[in-house]
Design a protein around this ligand. Structure first.
Ligand code: SF4
Ligand code: SF4
Length: 68
């Protein structure tokens, strides 16, 4: 099953990945990281991630790794 990993300490919370994920698998985290921002979290509650990599391609800081 495809999944992603987000480097939460490097994430700057821009939420571009959230906006571009066609399956709404990414949500805002509830606690701040070392940068003092709310990072994002891979939740994929409905197991819809296709491994399309849109999130990883759009992330300006290369925080996302995709596993297919
Ligand atoms: S790989 Fe595609 S479906 Fe999976 S979280 Fe990223 S953008 Fe969403
Ligand atoms: S695009 Fe990258 S930096 Fe922006 S919220 Fe997503 S993981 Fe964080």
């Amino acid at each position: 099953m495809p999944k992603i990993e987000i480097d939460k300490e490097r994430c700057k919370g821009c939420q571009l990945c959230m906006t571009y994920c066609p399956k709404a698998c990414i949500e805002e985290d509830k606690s701040i990281n070392k940068k003092g921002v709310y990072p994002v979290l891979f939740l994929d509650r409905e197991k819809k991630c296709t491994g399309c990599s849109f999130c990883a391609i759009i992330c300006p800081d290369l925080c996302i790794t995709v596993y297919r």
